[in-house]
Design a protein around this ligand. Structure first.
Ligand SMILES: C[S@@+](CC[C@H](N)C(=O)[O-])C[C@H]1O[C@@H](n2cnc3c(N)ncnc32)[C@H](O)[C@@H]1O
Length: 276
């Protein structure tokens, strides 16, 4: 089993209310993307489905609830503390994206899904982590990767632009780099996959999100992520959440209310060829 490397830990593991933040973000993404699954996966017969970086398996459990046919659901993460005690029909296992996967899992999944987890590659090249995931797909099976993309010109106001700069510094400090999102399509092509697709989403937050409940969840998630990332970059001490942090948080909060914010996400999906 590819247990996490000695230094591997989820960087926002200690962020207060992190699972609630992830659930809020999940609700916003699902609504904006309009679906849990972008790849044209045929769920009408039994499939083996993997969600890598699953946290508490929320995406997997919602997929399971949404489908009539019975499937095998596997979730993996480096942080077992996120796994719920009760998860009927879903198997959860510790596994890092940077480590070798169980040999018997090679070419065994019909659909491999991973969202917002490649930052966990750290110093390991993202391309290598993607190649390890591709190795898990059966011939004819699909892979789907979704990540935030802070590389394009920002449509946002000054507060959110500071937030975006902070995120880029975060990605660069961790080692993954802030521009890996735009390379994902090429990585899937380099792995010899077919039907490679890429789609960009501009996710609305604050006043430009026209559902009040989702707008509240979205703002709460963005502000919680800001706190977690700021604390990480400033030594994870309570003292680090000082006046400078509070000023930026208040500025972002005002911008969410006054003009709203957009965050770009990039999704890529592709199919393992059926070789004759
Ligand atoms: C931002 S959360 C995303 C959770 C979920 N995929 C979602 O979209 O809501 C990132 C998840 O990846 C996990 N993670 C971080 N580094 C990882 C690694 N090297 N291997 C596997 N999982 C990792 C974290 O523990 C966390 O659960």
């Amino acid at each position: 089993m590819g247990t996490p490397g000695a230094q591997e830990q989820y960087v926002l593991e200690g962020n207060e209310g992190e699972l609630q933040r992830l659930a809020d973000q999940h609700a916003v993404l699902k609504a904006s993307m309009g679906t849990l699954v972008l790849a044209p996966v045929d769920f009408s017969s039994h499939l083996r489905i993997l969600d890598s970086g699953t946290a508490d398996g929320l995406w997997l459990r919602e997929l399971q609830e949404s489908l009539d046919t019975s499937h095998t659901y596997v979730g993996t993460d480096i942080n077992a503390a996120f796994f719920p005690k009760d998860h009927p029909g879903v198997s959860l296992q510790v596994q890092s994206i940077t480590q070798d996967w169980p040999r018997e899992w090679a070419s065994s999944f019909d659909y491999v899904h991973q969202r917002l987890t490649l930052v966990g590659a750290g110093q390991t090249p993202v391309k290598d982590c993607v190649a390890k995931l591709v190795n898990l797909i059966k011939p004819g099976g699909w892979i789907e990767l979704i990540e935030a993309d802070f590389t394009c010109e920002s449509p946002n106001g000054p507060a959110m632009q500071k937030y975006e700069t902070l995120m880029k510094t975060f990605f660069d400090t961790i080692g993954v780099g802030s521009d890996f999102g735009k390379s994902l399509k090429g990585y899937l092509e380099d792995e010899g996959l077919e039907d490679v697709q890429e789609r960009a989403f501009s996710i609305p937050y604050g006043t430009v999100c026209h559902d009040a409940t989702l707008a509240e969840k979205g703002s709460s998630h963005l502000l919680s992520a800001l706190k977690g990332v700021w604390a990480f970059l400033h030594g994870n001490t309570s003292k680090s959440l000082d006046g400078e942090f509070r000023a930026l948080r208040d500025e972002v909060e005002r911008e969410l209310e006054d003009r709203g914010v957009h965050v770009k996400m990039v999704a890529v999906w592709a199919r393992q060829p059926v070789r004759s």
